[in-house]
Design a protein around this ligand. Structure first.
Ligand code: SF4
Ligand code: SF4
Length: 432
């Protein structure tokens, strides 16, 4: 079996963290491993991960280290991990590592190591610092000084890094301030994560979560601030993905792709889950020490998850945005989706964002209202687009076909197309 686009998230310290931000989704994972307060991955488990991942022939080998807080593993673990990667590498391989951290433990030694070994660092910030609202923990809190200290260390050692900004109720109405923070501090690479967690009762969102309306407003205002600034060297991940969609290219974020089968999460003990938002007992797919990853990815449990993730609610079937939106991220699509005919959680938001962003990009490309963006967009269209469009025409064709198939596929709870009057899942789906 080959899985060229597979990405792997490794959680070497599982949910364990040296902060306790109140909105944190990952802290819930401690319910999955209640007996282990401080889980730690052994080098043997990581060796098995590398070996099994390598046999799936991924095109770009990228290990995403995530938590909790992965730096709790200590620098020696990561040194060993690089030796293990080298041991498992074949000629021509290029292994990449991405480390997501809250920065609390970063010091000169860490940053030197990360820089020398070309890690891409995602520094989590609850910002901008003026509204920084971290949770406290026995080890302390992240203050504005901590954030600036981490950034200065990353800059000092010329680490590759981006700012991962968490958007909650604390900063959900501050897109302009947030973008100004990036500009003022010369932070050219950023990504925004939006907190949309369900409360314990399962009847609404947590107090920290933002609504779909806030999401749309934040994204649109952030995009407008980016346009106003007229400097494409400020990379914002969502904006970059919208540019891909605008030019008909394949975006890299999974929420703009048609399936959820290209990401797996491996917990500290080798347990395999789909993406990191599904680390829950009922989504446990297997353990790599008992069964190779290859067979886990061919198991009934895995196929059931990916086919449910592919299934679209009724409103998406005839939607003009489907090729770009794909119904949105599966975990958010499920939120408060009581019936198949309901709109997915971010549906209206995505429609508003796409209409606004694509109309504006079209305008910016035709008229030199913002000279730098005008040049940037036209350069892409004239010089880079012909080359990029030729990169994987078959893949694009396959994706187009998959989208069309999804349009036609009935939902599990929809009336069965055979006309039996039963639900699809109780009729032909069950038989198939
Ligand atoms: S915009 Fe709404 S209806 Fe259209 S594909 Fe996205 S989620 Fe579905
Ligand atoms: S559920 Fe969402 S985050 Fe997870 S793989 Fe699917 S699109 Fe990506």
């Amino acid at each position: 079996m080959q899985k060229p686009d597979l990405g792997i998230i490794i959680k070497p310290a599982s949910h364990d963290c040296n902060l306790s931000c109140e909105y944190c989704y990952y802290s819930k994972v401690n319910k999955v491993y209640p007996q282990n307060k401080h889980p730690r991955m052994s080098p043997e488990v990581f060796d098995a991960v590398c070996h099994q991942y390598r046999t799936l022939k991924p095109q770009h080998i990228n290990i995403i280290w995530e938590g909790g807080e992965p730096t709790l593993m200590g620098l020696d673990f990561f040194k060993k991990a690089l030796d293990i990667e080298t041991k498992n590498a074949r000629p021509g391989d290029c292994w990449g590592n991405t480390l997501h951290t809250n920065g609390k433990l970063l010091d000169d030694k860490w940053c030197q190591f990360l820089s020398q070994n070309h890690f891409l660092v995602g520094l989590g910030v609850n910002g901008p610092p003026a509204v920084n609202s971290p949770g406290s923990s026995p080890e302390g809190t992240t203050t504005s000084e901590d954030i600036f200290h981490s950034i200065s260390l990353l800059k000092k050692y010329k680490c590759e890094y981006n700012i991962v900004m968490i958007v909650t109720q604390a900063n959900g109405d501050k897109p302009e301030e947030t973008f100004n923070f990036l500009l003022e501090n010369d932070l050219h690479f950023s990504h925004f994560n939006f907190c949309t967690e369900e409360n314990e009762e399962g009847n609404g969102l947590t107090d920290h979560s933002i609504t779909s309306e806030q999401y749309a407003e934040f994204q649109i205002k952030l995009f407008d601030a980016w346009v106003q600034n007229d400097d494409p060297s400020f990379y914002v991940r969502h904006i970059d993905n919208w540019l891909h969609l605008f030019f008909g290219l394949r975006p890299e974020m999974c929420e703009y792709q048609s399936d959820c089968s290209n990401l797996v999460t491996i917990e500290w003990n080798g347990d395999v889950y789909p993406c990191d938002f599904f680390v829950q007992k009922r989504y446990l797919m297997g353990n790599i020490l008992d069964e190779p990853l290859e067979s886990i990815l061919q198991s009934t449990a895995w196929k059931e998850f990916t086919s449910q993730a592919e299934e679209l609610p009724t409103p998406c079937h005839d939607c003009k945005w489907l090729e770009k939106c794909h119904g949105g991220c599966y975990r958010r699509r499920k939120k408060r989706l009581n019936a198949q005919q309901d709109n997915p959680f971010f549906c209206e938001a995505n429609k508003n964002i796409f209409s606004h962003v694509f109309a504006k990009l079209d305008d910016l490309k035709k008229k030199p209202i913002r000279p730098n963006l005008y040049k940037f967009l036209n350069d892409i269209e004239r010089h880079r687009l012909p080359h990029l469009q030729n990169e994987a025409p078959e893949k694009k064709q396959v994706e187009k076909q998959q989208t069309e198939n999804r349009r036609k596929k009935p939902g599990r709870n929809s009336p069965c197309p055979c006309g039996s009057g039963k639900k699809y899942k109780q009729c032909c789906l069950r038989k198939s």
